[in-house]
Ligand binder design. Structure first.
Ligand SMILES: *Cc1c(COP(=O)(O)O)cnc(C)c1O
Length: 219
């Protein structure tokens, strides 16, 4: 069933859009099953859970993507091997990722998490906050990190027009980022189990799918 879902999703993706299989709260064996089906990008949202799985799965050549809110005191657990941090949601976090990346002798690609959903959450930059941050010089001096694009989550609603509107605003911000600040930014991470078709339609390059592949999470 895992293999079948991965196959169904990847068959439906246009060229240039990649699947991150979100394996949080699922055991290492489920990751092995997905890997055997050809999946290579995996997403986790807790640093210590990722650390455990990373140690358990060193024989696999996979890419770990960090997608959840990352506390600054946990960055050190994942800095040596994480492939992409989707959830850079504050200047303070980026500074800490930079510090731990330099310690590990790396440059870690990060996505700027944009808050576009029409509901309260604590995490992410509003478009105005993101632009104010980008206008400052600080991030340009952080050689341990590279802002590689934007991540966004749509409103948690059945209203597909609202979801499309959220993704559309993230897309416009991404275009502005490329045009005014970072022409080399390539990734727009958006789309989950319930809304990835809309996200792909709106220009996503990375979709993050958990439930559709692995089933309900075991908390
Ligand atoms: C858990 C999670 C996902 C996957 O959600 P599903 O609805 O299970 O596909 C995607 N993105 C983020 C940031 C998540 O925390």
């Amino acid at each position: 069933m895992i293999a079948e879902e991965i196959h169904n999703i990847t068959q439906a993706l246009p060229a240039g859009v990649r699947l991150v299989a979100v394996s949080k709260y699922h055991p290492a064996d489920a990751i092995r099953e997905a890997y055997a089906a050809g999946q290579r990008l995996f997403g986790e949202s807790h640093a210590q859970e990722l650390q455990r799985k990373h140690q358990e799965l060193t024989d696999l050549e996979l890419q770990w993507h960090f997608i959840g809110h990352l506390q600054t005191n946990k960055v050190k657990y994942i800095a040596p091997y994480v492939h992409l941090i989707h959830s850079m949601d504050s200047p303070h976090l980026l500074a800490e990722i930079n510090k731990q990346a330099l310690k590990a002798g790396r440059t870690i690609p990060c996505l700027l998490q944009l808050h576009v959903a029409q509901e309260e959450t604590k995490f992410g930059f509003t478009p105005d906050e993101a632009l104010a941050y980008l206008d400052g010089a600080e991030w340009q001096h952080l050689t341990g990190v590279r802002i590689a694009g934007v991540m966004a989550m749509a409103s948690n609603t059945d209203d597909t027009r609202r979801i499309r509107d959220d993704f559309h605003r993230a897309r416009l911000f991404f275009e502005q980022l490329r045009h005014d600040y970072l022409p080399e930014a390539t990734e727009l991470s958006m789309g989950m189990s319930g809304d990835w078709h809309i996200a792909v339609d709106e220009g996503s390059t990375l979709i993050r799918i958990g439930t559709q592949i692995f089933g309900e999470r075991q908390y």
